[in-house]
Design a protein around this ligand. Structure first.
Ligand code: GDP
Ligand code: MG
Ligand code: K
Length: 275
């Protein structure tokens, strides 16, 4: 059967290189992303007789249009359509890492979370219920220790099972609250017939329009702030009072906090605190 391309995405220092090397061994090539001097690594290996191509994306905290690395990561996932994204999450720093996860999931391509550094989290006495986290997010979550090559088989099994349709991929969406959700619906209706958007997730595009994401406004020919379309999505009255990008970021954080309060227990407090 056809080879499977896996993109590895995660925060800097989450263990991406360690995982990439553990998976691909010495068999990988190092180059640059087209047109820029950001390193691109690609490697091939076999898992259960599936040929896997792993592509290491730049380490990022977000997928905003403001950074070259973040644009490389998000453009690769959208334009090159890897069959699955493995999102490496540092379990000892889970709140911050999940902020990227929410954005990766929102892109619409299948995501499997590799919950790395479980040894550190355990040493600190953090109890993380990965099954509950998986249920809450609606995506597979596999605990791993990349430095010890622990959990890698289970991680690859989950990734392959998603690609082969053995696991149904059905992520839960962040609820951005009535005002933003109404805006998302209106914006989706407004942009759905645009010609060049087939490969994008419509909800993701709508959220980016509301955030006034430059790259997406450009793609949709919506950069003219005073166009009728923009009036609906971006520059309506509210926009003068509200910074929707900030509100959306805030809702993502509260969503993560509320999930983690049920999933993580730390020694000095019964539930997770945000401090
Ligand atoms: P990257 O920036 O995401 O590529 O992260 P690296 O792979 O370079 O890892 C950052 C540091 O964390 C290195 O010192 C790794 O050896 C270490 N590391 C990676 N995974 C684990 C893990 O599961 N457990 C522990 N204890 N350390 C890890
Ligand atoms: Mg690295
Ligand atoms: K953002």
């Amino acid at each position: 059967s056809k080879s499977i391309t896996i993109a590895l995405a995660g925060n800097p220092n989450s263990g991406k290189t360690t995982l990439f090397n553990a998976l691909t061994g010495a068999k990988h090539s190092v180059g640059n992303w087209p047109g820029v001097t950001v390193e691109k690594k690609e490697g091939k290996f076999i898992h259960n007789s599936n040929e896997i191509i792993a592509v290491d994306l730049p380490g990022t905290y977000s997928l905003s249009p403001y950074s070259l690395e973040e644009m490389i990561a998000r453009n690769y996932i959208v334009n090159e359509s890897p069959e699955v994204v493995i999102n490496i999450v540092d379990a000892s720093n889970i709140e911050r890492n999940l902020y990227l996860s929410m954005q990766l999931i929102e892109l619409g391509k299948p995501v499997v979370i590799a919950l790395n550094m479980m040894d550190i989290a355990e040493r600190r006495g953090h109890k993380i219920d990965h099954n509950k986290l998986s249920q809450a997010l609606g995506v597979p979550v596999v605990p791993i220790v990349a430095t010890q090559k622990k959990g890698l088989k289970e991680l690859l099994d989950a990734a392959v099972d998603i690609v082969r349709g053995k696991i149904k991929y059905n992520p839960n969406r962040v609820d951005y609250g009535k005002e933003i959700e109404d805006k998302i619906q209106k914006t989706k209706a407004m942009i759905k017939d645009k010609s060049n958007i087939a490969k994008y997730d419509l909800r993701w595009l709508a959220i980016k329009v509301i955030e006034e994401d430059e790259a997406v406004l450009d793609l949709l020919n919506m950069k003219d702030k005073f166009s009728a379309e923009n009036e609906v999505a971006v520059t309506n009255e509210d926009a003068f009072e509200n910074d929707f990008e900030a509100i959306i970021a805030d809702r993502r954080y509260s969503y993560i906090t509320s999930i983690l309060s049920k999933v993580v227990k730390k020694p000095d407090s019964k539930v997770l605190t945000t401090s």
